[in-house]
Design a protein around this ligand. Structure first.
Ligand SMILES: *Cc1c(COP(=O)(O)O)cnc(C)c1O
Length: 473
């Protein structure tokens, strides 16, 4: 056996005075007694891992523990494997999002609407006619409720749901055909996030890229030559959803580009990114183009995310002309991007809320966007009171985030704690229990209440009071 590694020092196992861990058998006995019905070989494997860990700990000079203590540790680990709120459990550690960023990609973007959670859980729990026709008993089309909602909500001829918008984009670019070419404005050759870049997506789809225009200015006429000469059969438009081009800038109007494309028998695929189904202008934001507007302007296929401004499960939503959607559906790649039955149900329930006219109240993302600064200031005052004198109520700007509405902010409110070491305090808050992800502005730790659910205000106050007491002035 090799030596243990303790704080970068390798320690030999050969020392004569070192205590030895209890045997696997001595630990396994009480573990089996505490977990009746569990497969003994699975438990034995875990006990061996715990005993191995103990041996390392002892090699590093740790205090010896009794077999019962190791058994309790093993039982705790076993229970955590399936406990949704346990440390080391199956769910990413829950966190109170006090960043004010509504769609925080690193925090899993949209929290699901309650209706979506319920629908997904029912779909997950049993068998269902996912791809079987009730009347004929034969294999049929995959369950289409989400797609029917998309058709109704966007006015498209047809729709398709895949695993995420990046997949939807890859699939749609494939409409250019093998070794086909795709025209993209140089102003839209962007990185959509996580290192995924449009030129690479086009290459991966098996197509060639034809660049037109310049970084800051592209006109509709720039698309004319490659399409007229038959050098490309598909125009890809990419919505600038995570950056803004200002100053001497111009982008080609979709109506004009689609006119040119269609005149030359080419298709227009529009990557809308976020794809709002409600009018963002009604919430004090700039108007974000909607899928139906883009279809009406001439896009043949529009792709957008299920978990950005739509506010539901991660999914790629594709709407457009029936014949093209049918081609996408037949593409073998579509099979590799097929969403799970529970996700499909969650997407359908989320879209159902839009059709029922309840999106602004029942979709958490829109509820967060709709909170007024007055309402947030009133909550902040109560939290500040509970925290004590070091907390100050402040006016803030929250971002929508998640590659939506760059540069756009919502007037918000929250708390600021002026601290000697705000980064250290933020790091302490990030850890559990009741983890809090806050912002740092200068020497202040800042919590924006827009993204905090009101039922978490008390936990937030408790955590802030704790760090305010502990932190040096
Ligand atoms: C976010 C985004 C994507 C990717 O969407 P995912 O849901 O992350 O797969 C693609 N294109 C644009 C323009 C985006 O903003």
């Amino acid at each position: 056996m090799g030596g243990a590694v303790c704080d970068d020092r390798a320690v030999s196992d050969a020392s004569p005075s070192r205590p030895r861990p209890p045997s696997v058998e001595r630990v396994l006995g009480p573990v089996r007694a505490s977990l009746p019905g569990a497969d003994p070989s699975a438990l034995a494997a875990l006990v061996r891992a715990v005993v191995d860990g103990e041996r390392e700990r002892l090699a590093c000079g740790g205090q010896a523990r009794a077999a019962e203590e190791l058994a309790a540790e093993t039982v705790g680990r076993v229970r955590a494997f399936t406990d949704p709120v346990a440390e080391g459990g199956p769910v990413p550690p829950r966190v109170i999002n006090a960043t004010g960023v509504v769609l925080h990609t690193n925090l899993g973007r949209a929290p699901w609407p309650a209706a979506a959670i319920e629908a997904a859980s029912v779909a997950a729990a049993g068998y269902g006619y996912l791809e079987l026709e009730e009347v004929t008993g034969r294999r049929g089309a995959r369950f289409r409720a989400a797609e029917e909602h998309l058709v109704a909500l966007t006015g498209a001829e047809a729709a398709l749901v895949v695993t995420n918008a990046a997949a939807a984009l890859l699939l749609a670019v494939g409409l250019a055909g093998r070794r086909g070419a795709v025209v993209v404005s140089r102003g839209e050759l962007v990185e959509i996030g996580g290192g995924v870049r449009i030129p690479e997506v086009v290459a991966r789809a098996g197509a060639r890229l034809v660049e037109v225009g310049t970084t800051n200015r592209t006109r509709a006429a720039d698309f004319e030559a490659p399409l007229a000469e038959g050098r490309a059969r598909l125009v890809l438009r990419v919505h600038p959803s995570n950056f803004a081009l200002t100053g001497f800038a111009e982008s080609a109007d979709l109506v004009e580009v689609a006119g040119i494309a269609h005149r030359h028998g080419a298709l227009v695929v529009d990557d809308l990114g976020s794809g709002a189904l409600l009018d963002t202008a009604a919430f004090g934001l700039a108007h974000e183009p909607t899928p139906s507007e883009r279809l009406a302007a001439g896009a043949d296929v529009v792709v957008f995310s299920g978990d950005k401004l739509v506010g539901g499960p991660q999914a790629g939503l594709i709407v457009g002309r029936a014949e093209l959607i049918a081609r996408l559906r037949r593409d073998p790649l579509a099979r590799a991007m097929r969403p799970d039955k529970a996700i499909l149900a969650g997407v359908a329930a989320t879209l159902g809320l839009y059709r029922a006219g309840r999106a602004a109240t029942d979709v958490p993302v829109w509820r967060a966007i709709a909170r007024t600064s007055d309402e947030l200031r009133a909550r902040a005052a109560l939290v500040a009171e509970a925290v004590g004198q070091r907390a100050e109520v402040v006016a803030l700007d929250s971002a929508v985030g998640g590659g939506s509405l760059p540069g756009q902010v919502l007037a918000s409110a929250g708390l600021a704690l002026r601290l000697a070491w705000p980064h250290r305090v933020a790091a302490a808050l990030r850890r559990g229990p009741d983890r809090v992800l806050a912002r740092i502005e200068g020497d202040a730790l800042v919590c924006d209440l827009r993204t905090v659910e009101p039922e978490d205000d008390a936990a937030l106050a408790r955590r802030l009071a704790g760090v305010a007491l502990a932190a040096p002035r």
